[in-house]
Design a protein around this ligand. Structure first.
Ligand code: SF4
Length: 503
């Protein structure tokens, strides 16, 4: 299933997000980018502090809910059922939005979505928009596309504003400036906010007040707003944005024109379904019982709020994800970011290392599927498979299993596209040949004893090898190898149980 640019039609074309536009691909592999991040002690300190704080808050409020596991199961079931009839529900959503006075536009990919939004803004005769924090618009690189067309886009979420003022990239789904501390933000505000007080302190309230004063003028002048959507209810055509700062409410109500860009997977069939997610999301994301602002709107209401509403439904690779039975659960994600906050890899590397607007465990399964595995081949390996992400995910996405599935897909692809087998493939074939015969395996184990002589004496005594020779050096580049035992298991068995063939 996919969607067409003229709207109104679901086209039987499955494609990935196009390269060269948006923020789904990094310039470097994850291990390369992670190496730099790991060397930045300030970054690690900021990340460690922030993720631990949110993690603790989340655990506390989840603990209070007796039927949390049933809620998770309900969330998973609703998402699974929604994906099973997504085309039908999208059509229903379109009908309801149009009936309520809105317009629906279908975008096959990032280029089409950017072109649609640019045209809609131009049609209003304005060259500025205010924005509500939105992963979808970051994914497609909308701000850059608007800037190319001479349209200024102003982020109004505090953390997004910090990222934009710093000409930076977001590093967390929920807290995009998680890599910045208060002192860094104070310095940024003094340097970049027009009219900022040079005596501004790094007290969080003072920083928030400075941002508020700056944004208030933008809200009052804005004629066009661009938002994402957390959910869309198919049965009524209602869109929803949940947020904590009230900036979203301002953007969604004050301007005359509202343009919402939404991934096609954000649907729920009914209002009753929405109730489940409005309980799961705030507890999982900010560790709050309820998010402070939940905005809901259906088309346009004469004399109240925006008088023109456009919904841009974005595919950008989602059809390809939906087509993969083993990987499609990645589309169930409600972007709470709980999996980031518990991930030992994310906590140490931060989000930039993932090279995509979707970092952490969800990014490691979503980005390679949206782009095609070849463009993000290192991401499925950016995990220890500890399973902490699965345990906290409010919609029970089995992230470790999808990571393994994508690793397999990558290996299979390498096998079919490489003319010369990789060193890993040769090594695995040699291991399979050796292990498939008891005598061969025993000889190999005996021969491995030579490895006892490798490395420095201190390491040998500690039972480890820091550096293996030849092609095996790649293994010890990132980890130690255990020193082979003086006696193999079979030798020990024969010595303690008497002679036999040791099988
Ligand atoms: S995968 Fe689950 S835990 Fe991670 S952001 Fe999505 S919904 Fe939240």
């Amino acid at each position: 299933m996919t969607v067409g640019p003229d709207g109104r039609r679901l086209l039987p074309v499955v494609g990935h997000a196009p390269p060269g536009v948006g923020h789904l691909r990094g310039g470097r592999t994850f291990p390369d980018a992670a190496r730099d991040a790991l060397a930045d002690t300030q970054l690690r300190r900021n990340l460690g502090h922030a993720t631990a704080t949110i993690r603790t808050k989340r655990a506390r409020v989840v603990e209070e809910v007796d039927d949390w596991e049933q809620l998770r199961a309900a969330g998973e079931a609703i998402k699974t059922a929604t994906m099973a009839r997504l085309p039908e529900l999208l059509t229903q959503l379109e009908e309801r939005v149009v009936a309520a006075g809105g317009e629906v536009h279908w975008a096959r990919d990032a280029n089409e979505a950017n072109a649609i939004v640019t045209r809609l803004v131009r049609d209003t005769g304005h060259d500025e928009v205010v924005k509500v924090k939105s992963m979808a618009t970051q994914e497609i690189g909308l701000n850059e596309a608007l800037a190319d067309a001479g349209i200024a886009a102003y982020e109004t979420d505090l953390a997004e504003l910090i990222v934009q003022l710093g000409d930076d990239l977001p590093s967390h789904i929920l807290v995009p400036a998680i890599h910045r501390n208060r002192a860094e933000i104070r310095e940024l505000f003094v340097r970049t906010l027009p009219g900022a007080d040079p005596e501004l302190t790094d007290d969080p309230r003072a920083l928030a007040a400075a941002a508020r004063a700056h944004l208030r003028a933008r809200f009052l002048a804005a004629e066009v707003a661009v938002s994402g959507a957390n959910f869309a209810v198919a049965e009524t055509g209602t869109l929803s944005v949940v947020e904590s700062e009230g900036n979203g409410r301002m953007c969604l109500t004050l301007p005359r024109t509202l343009i919402t860009v939404m991934g096609i997977e954000k649907l729920v069939p009914t209002w009753r379904d929405l109730e489940v997610f409005l309980q799961l999301l705030p507890r999982s994301s900010t560790g709050e019982r309820m998010n402070p602002y939940t905005s809901l709107w259906t088309g346009v209401t004469p004399g109240d709020g925006p008088q023109a509403f456009h919904l841009v439904l974005l595919d950008n690779g989602r059809s390809a994800v939906l087509a993969d039975e083993a990987g499609r659960a990645a589309l169930h994600c409600i972007r709470c970011s709980a999996c980031l906050n518990v991930c030992p890899v994310y906590e140490r590397t931060g989000g930039h290392a993932y090279g995509s607007v979707y970092p952490g465990p969800i990014g490691a399964i979503l980005s390679p599927q949206l782009t095609g595995i070849e463009d993000n081949a290192s991401l499925p390996y950016a995990s220890s498979l500890c399973g902490a992400c699965y345990d906290v995910c409010p919609v029970r996405i089995d992230i470790p299993s999808i990571l393994v599935h994508l690793r397999k897909e990558h290996v299979e692809q390498q096998r079919t596209t490489r003319r010369v087998p990789s060193a890993e493939a040769i090594g695995m074939a040699a291991a399979a040949w050796t292990m498939s015969d008891a005598a061969r395996w025993e000889k190999a184990q005996t021969a491995s004893r030579a490895g006892r002589l490798l490395g420095r004496r201190r390491d040998r005594e500690a039972g480890r090898i820091r550096s293996l020779p030849g092609p095996l050096a790649a293994w010890t580049a990132a980890r130690d190898a255990p020193r082979p035992p003086a006696e193999t298991f079979r030798e020990w068995w024969r010595r303690t149980r008497g002679p036999g063939d040791g099988r």
